[in-house]
Design a protein around this ligand. Structure first.
Ligand code: HEM
Length: 462
């Protein structure tokens, strides 16, 4: 057994955050910042204003922070909006026109086709796969020498990747984890360029640094998934109820049409990427915070020992881990794995007294809403008590949006919460995590919110 690491506790260290620009950025500085790290280009007003009309290289755009207006865009008037051009151009080359990127009737039937796998009883049935992967990660980490440093974000990616492949592809999963993870990272690296170029009105063929690497990654990922789909068709769907089988047998209710292999592969790739990276990041940030808040880490360990004991958590145990869940919710407030959702108006319309022209990109900056001065008391302070039932009930539902809202709300919400609570419970009960002394992560937006240099930690048994 390892001695536990001897790093000093660093309770007084402030949590890492995005520092907004001091004032309006000039065109070149703005472009450079958007390419390097789009979230650092958000004007500081998004942290205290309800609504902010801006322009990007002469094109109008709107930030929406007021919960009532967020609700209008995502829920009440959801039919009046679609995913923005920049979002689609960033992701569709890899993910096609599948559930995350499609709109209208095409989106609706893909969502319906995938829904059965996210019913509550199915998700509870996935728990043993989640706990198994968490225990393998715990054993891997516990076997390391006390002096070894690991990148916790990479370890968590591996764990959630194993889970998504086991639960969604049940046994079809002969995938090279490391290569897929690199493929996803290489691809996501390109998205801020595509985002900036789209906002600047540049055509889709425009070259940019890293484009070739992104293309290679895209081809690798798409070829891997096409192979899985071909294997799935060959093996047949008889007696299987995984996502692949569901998609292969789905019919569009309006046209009676089945998905072709490309549709199925696009959706599988969407689920594999959307379904593992986000949860891994939620846990990476939660463990980062706990490493700086030893009293909270001890309280989580104590709750898990009381509720679960020494064994594997059951689904009822996970339901009963209320404090552990609050810690994850608060971690996702401070570090939402999906820090922004974007939409575009389908027609000219009025929003909060502002005339919006058709096609105007509407940014809902989840990260800024979660730290908004008018919505949160001491927004930068970590406090899991904010998610105690009474406190949560007293708040506007649309001031907290880690999974979005409305018809396009994350289909994997319950899956992700069960997974995150189960993994955090197993890891914190059995291990101690120590951040590299003095390490301050940089928050980097690449569709998701990642720690730019990973999360270097030492780990020992508790
Ligand atoms: C902590 C983990 C997760 C976070 C923070 C998260 C966040 C989000 C957000 C914010 C959206 C809405 C995007 C928008 O409105 O534009 C979304 C959509 C989606 N998520 Fe998640 N997600 C997580 C886990 C998962 C998991 C585990 C899966 C699958 C197993 C998944 C699959 C999807 C899919 C397919 C969509 C598109 C849904 C649609 O458009 O109908 N996500 N997610």
């Amino acid at each position: 057994m390892n001695a536990h690491p001897s790093f000093p506790r660093s309770g007084a260290v402030p949590l890492a955050r995005v520092v907004p620009p001091a004032g309006p950025l000039g065109t070149l500085a703005l472009l450079r910042t958007v390419v390097r790290n789009p979230i650092e280009a958000w004007p500081r007003e998004v942290f205290h204003e309800p609504l902010l009309p801006t322009t990007f290289l002469g094109r109008a755009s709107l930030f929406v922070m007021d919960p009532a207006l967020v609700r209008a865009v995502l829920v009440d008037q959801a039919d009046g909006f679609e995913k923005s051009e920049a979002f689609r151009r960033s992701l569709s080359p890899a993910l096609g026109d599948a559930i995350l990127t499609a709109d209208g009737a095409r989106w609706r039937w893909q969502r319906r086709a995938a829904a059965p796998i996210f019913r509550n009883e199915r998700i509870r049935g996935f728990l043993p796969a989640m706990v198994g992967a968490a225990e393998r990660m715990r054993d891997r980490l516990a076997a390391l020498p006390a002096s070894a440093e690991v990148d916790l974000s990479a370890e968590l990616m591996r764990t959630t990747f194993d889970i998504i492949v086991e639960t969604m592809l049940s046994g079809h999963g002969r995938i090279d984890v490391a290569r897929v993870a690199k493929g996803v990272t290489d691809y996501l690296e390109s998205t801020s360029w595509v985002f900036a170029l789209t906002l600047a009105g540049a055509p889709a063929w425009m070259p940019y640094p890293g484009r070739r690497r992104a293309e290679t990654a895209k081809h690798y990922l798409r070829d891997e998934l096409a192979r899985l789909v071909a294997e799935g068709r060959r093996d047949g769907t008889e007696g299987r109820s995984d996502l692949l089988s569901l998609l292969l047998t789905a019919r569009d209710p309006e046209t009676g049409r089945a998905m072709d292999d490309t549709d199925v592969a696009d959706n599988l790739l969407t689920f594999v990427t959307a379904g593992h990276e986000t949860t891994a990041l939620a846990l990476t940030w939660a463990l980062y915070i706990l490493a700086l808040h030893p009293e909270t880490e001890a309280a989580v360990a104590e709750e898990v020992r009381t509720v679960v004991g020494d064994g594997a958590p059951t689904a009822d145990d996970v339901d009963a881990l209320t404090y552990t869940r609050q810690v994850i919710q608060e971690a996702m407030r401070l570090y939402p794995p999906a820090p922004v959702v974007v939409r575009a108006a389908l027609d000219d319309l009025d929003l909060g007294g502002h005339r919006i022209l058709k096609g105007t990109p509407i940014t809902i900056p989840i990260y800024a809403i979660h730290r908004h001065a008018r919505l949160w008391n001491e927004p930068d302070r970590f406090d899991p008590a904010r998610f105690a039932p009474e406190a949560a009930k007293a708040r506007d539902r649309y001031s907290y949006l880690p999974f979005g809202a409305g018809p396009r709300i994350c289909i994997g919400l319950s899956f992700a919460m069960m997974e995150a609570v189960a993994i955090l419970a197993v890891l914190v009960r059995d291990l101690r995590f120590r951040l590299r002394p003095g390490f301050v992560p940089t928050l980097k937006q690449r569709i998701t919110l990642r720690p730019a240099e990973g999360m270097p930690m030492r780990v020992g048994r508790r």
